[in-house]
Design a protein around this ligand. Structure first.
Ligand code: DNO
Length: 355
């Protein structure tokens, strides 16, 4: 595996490339062109500039998170082909410049959903948290307002203000899209992009829906082993793969994470590894990475990745806000650096004990 950190670009991130480079064992960043909107083709020069900037700081671009999918593609509207053509152009330009992993998601309207961005824990740290009753009590547009007012002035990925302007209209457009239709639209999209992925050796890594169930009545499909294996089979190409995100699949307590990893051998192209602490079945918070701080056995997760021969980029995921840091919730430097170091430690021990 290659240890990486997510980085939002010098215009948007409080964490610098120089700081990332000093985290032991981190060799690359996962980034994106944060100012692009879903559906447009990325400018080649902007891709080159992004890569050069990262390389100049002694790091590599280990993959993109995300090239976002226009809603017309998820809905299956008549105009979807033009957006898929643009997506293909972006993939070609990325592939030409040596980028071989692209993370994306197929969640309708919303990306990840949390009800609190700064829940205080006993040790004084703050974390992202989810409470089902809080979701049930609010309207989708209120969710945007609460996320944006809690985000320390940063724009949260997936909660960009331009999405809010369209939220009501989007709900109407998704009215006739159920889970089966969403699977069909995903299949159509993947079949169209796979020849380009084959040509440029680009691993597509779908991110799970977070939380792994329907929110606000919208269909969600990338939620469990059965659905993800269905997706792998429906477009049976090794470039059609997944981002294994322990914190997202782990929201559903029926998901056996190490078992899911083993069943996806050869198809996990990217890993997000973090822990969650459940306070009840409908309330969880994002703990420190350490197993004993949350509900997951992080050793078993890393061991499963080792056992399937995982060689792709991995990153610590949302961290706690600690030591007075002010950063994008979940994406500060300090706790993610601790997370990377812990995961590297687990990995070294697993490698050595398997010699
Ligand atoms: C949240 C992230 C997601 C993820 C997208 C991938 O922090 O894990 O926003 O990047 O779902 O497209």
């Amino acid at each position: 595996m290659k240890m990486t950190l997510r980085w939002f670009g010098s215009k948007h991130d409080s964490v610098t490339l120089d700081q990332i480079r000093q985290i032991p064992g981190v060799t690359g960043v996962i980034t994106t062109l944060y100012d692009t909107v879903p559906g447009e083709a990325w400018e080649e020069q902007e891709i080159i500039d992004m890569i050069n900037e990262v390389n100049a700081h002694g790091l590599e671009v280990s993959g993109i998170e995300s090239v976002n999918i226009h809603d017309s593609i998820k809905i299956g509207s008549k105009d979807r082909d033009q957006y898929i053509d643009n997506y293909i152009t972006t993939l070609e330009r990325l592939g030409k410049h040596g980028i071989h992993m692209v993370c994306y998601n197929f969640m309708p309207v919303f990306d990840w959903t949390r009800t609190e961005l700064a829940r205080k824990r006993a040790d004084g740290s703050t974390v992202l948290a989810y409470n089902q009753a809080a979701v049930d009590a609010i309207k989708p547009e209120e969710m945007f307002a609460s996320i944006n007012s809690d985000s320390n002035g940063f724009i949260m990925p997936g909660w960009e203000p331009e999405r809010l302007a369209k939220v009501k209209e989007l709900f109407e457009l998704y009215q006739n899209v159920d889970e089966e239709k969403l699977f069909d639209n995903l299949k159509y999209f993947l079949e169209r992009i796979m020849p380009t992925c084959d040509k440029y050796d680009i691993n597509m890594a779908i991110h799970p829906d977070d939380p792994a169930w329907s929110v606000f009545g919208l269909p969600r499909i990338i939620i469990n082993k059965q659905n993800i294996l269905r997706m792998m089979k429906m477009v049976d190409n090794p470039h059609n793969g997944v981002t294994f995100c322990s914190g997202s699949y782990g929201t559903n307590r029926e998901n056996d994470l190490p078992d899911m990893i083993r069943s996806l051998k050869g198809r996990i192209h990217f890993a997000h590894v973090r822990n969650l602490k459940f306070n009840s079945d409908s309330d969880f918070e994002e703990a420190a990475h350490l197993s004993s701080d949350g509900t997951f056995d992080m050793y078993e997760i890393m061991k499963a990745l080792y056992d399937i021969g995982f060689e792709g980029p991995i990153r610590p995921d949302h961290g706690r806000m600690i030591w007075g840091e002010v950063a994008m919730p979940g994406y500060g430097l300090y706790d993610r650096a601790l997370g990377a170091t812990y995961l590297n430690g687990l990995w070294e021990a697993i490698v050595k004990s398997n010699r």
